[in-house]
Every structure is written in structure tokens, then in C-alpha cells.
Design a protein around this ligand. Sequence first.
Ligand code: 5RP
Length: 219
Amino acid sequence: MDAKAKKLDAAKASLEFIEPGTVLGVGTGSTVNCLIELLPTVRERIDQLVSSSRATTKLLEEHGFEVSTLNEVGDLDLYIDGADEATKRLHLIKGGGGALTREKVLAGAARRFVCIIDDSKFVGMLGEFPLPVEVLPMAQAFVTRRFVKLRGQPVWREGFVTDNGNHIIDVHGLKISNPLEFESRLNQIPGIVTVGLFAQRPADILLIASDDGVRELRT
Ligand code: 5RP
């Protein structure tokens, strides 16, 4: 089974968490795009929708959904999103698509966060995938130097501007053995808007699609 088919399987499995009257947050990326293709089949169960990026908003609107802001809806019943890496503790690296800040806000605002991945993203330790970090443009060089001190190899995602007008640094070579502590530490660095480590607010449910079907892990 190829990666696209697995993504579709994980997305399909997440539909059962959408109950009647759900205020739903929708993440960003190719796995979530599979979910958006399927959302019209459960349209009547969705009360309101909030999006984590301009790209997701565009796709939702193309599928005939009205997209509300988080300010309008208050908290979310459910947030569904993909990830770049996930562990058995449901800690995640996210932000490969550059939407990490709004994704973190929606995950924080959600009573339940369901993460959908294919099995290539399920890892023993986070850090093989470069850690995306959204930074204020004026702080880019400063934050880069800080990551060098932390023995990372920071690479500016050149030419990429986030939906919030900021830059992304992808930090290679990290072995993140203590994601909770590392996330707190990085959050102290001035100029960082958001670290793509989701450990303080992990997923509640992880759906991992493989050739053998979809496995469910919970915190
Ligand atoms: C975007 C993200 C995505 O969830 C992550 O990059 C996974 O994307 P894909 O489903 O395309 O593999 O964090 O900012």
C-alpha cells in the first residue's frame, strides 16, 4: 500500500470521532487534505469549522464549507491534524507545511486532538525530521545562533513566509529524548513564535495507518 492510500485510511478512521454537533478544527497538510475530501460525507454532523491555514481554508471552501474563526466559535470539540513524526507517548513534531503556529493554537483550544499519520512517521525518538521553528523575521539570525549552541543544525526555509508573516527555521540533527523539557526550554528563547514540538499538548488519540490496517493509540 502506498503512502497516499495509508493517509486516506487514517483520515477515514478519524471520521468516527466527529459526532453530531461537532465544532471541528481542521489541520494542514496532505493527510488532512485526504480528510477534507471525505468531510462532505459527514457534513450534517459538523456544526462549525475552524481552519489552521489559508491552504486548508481554501480547500474547505472549495468543498462548500463555511469556515469560522476561532474567536467566533470559542473552544473546539475536536481537532484533527497530521504530523511529521509521532511517538508512542503521542508527542509530535509538526510544521513541515509551515502552519505550526495556528495548528498549536487549535490543538490547545480542542477538547480532543486526533492525529492521523501513516506508519512511516511513527518513531522511537523525535528529531530525525528537522524541527520546524517559526520565528520573527528580525530574530532569525539570533535564534539560529541559539540553536547552534544547542548543537542543532538550523537551516532557514528560504523564501517561505508563514500565514502570520514570519520565517521558518528547520533544525536538523536534534535527538529529542525529553520533548516536554525541550519544548519548555525552547519556548524561553525570545523571537521564537512557535516550536513545532507538540509535547506539552500532545495528541489525545493517534491513528497510525499501515498495511495491516489502522492502529489506535491513546494517552
Ligand atoms: C503542517 C503540518 C502537517 O501536519 C505535517 O507537516 C504533516 O503533513 P503531511 O500530512 O503532508 O505529511 O504540521 O504544518
